[in-house]
Design a protein around this ligand. Sequence first.
Ligand code: 6PG
Length: 229
Amino acid sequence: MIASAAAEAIDERGRFMIALAGGSTPEKTYSLLADQSTSFPIDWKRCRLFFGDERDVPSDDPRSNFGMAKRCLIDKVPVAAEDVYPMVTKSGDPASAAAGYAAVLANAFGSSEPPRFDVIMLGVGDDGHCASLFPESSSLDITDRWVVSNPPGVLPPPVERVSLTFPAINAARQVLFLVAGERKAEAVQDIFECDAPVSRRPSAGVRPVDGIAVWLLDKGAACRLADHG
Ligand code: 6PG
């Protein structure tokens, strides 16, 4: 799906703008994209890699989303260093990191409108958060900014975050959720079958305005859905 979205974006617009997810679920996807580039050919020279959220830690910190993507994907494919945009370049000041990233997006997308990513990859926390948009957070209500800094959520790691906001996420052509493990099943059921409020299950707030949201669930994450097959 990522490779075909990349081919379409490059064919139609000359480049592929993707925001990578953090956490641990995407590690295998990134490794597959990197290691099996013959099965999923991607013109990495035409790709621009961004991030959906980041922990306010140095990039060599094991909790860094950039560090995970670098290890699993970026160091293994011929993407140009200047085409990779980490969210946090100097930890310790998440608010300025958020403001700086908004400027990076404005420059890369050349518009004051929300950046329209070709693909935004997201994971889902056990509490139903996505990116670093945590339950009951004031960031859930932002309508006029594309990047925000956030205090830690209840789930580890307990560090400040930088995150895309819903206006940026919902401007995407395609949002791709990768959700694995039974720990996510209750949040997934709440979102799909219980009409959970966004304040309680923030991933319910991902409804692309002019795009699609695709949820890829493994059996564990889907096990509480009525028709999970
Ligand atoms: C983060 C992630 C976060 C993640 C979910 C799921 O910075 O923590 O971006 O939104 O996608 O918490 O994490 P796992 O994939 O590790 O379950």
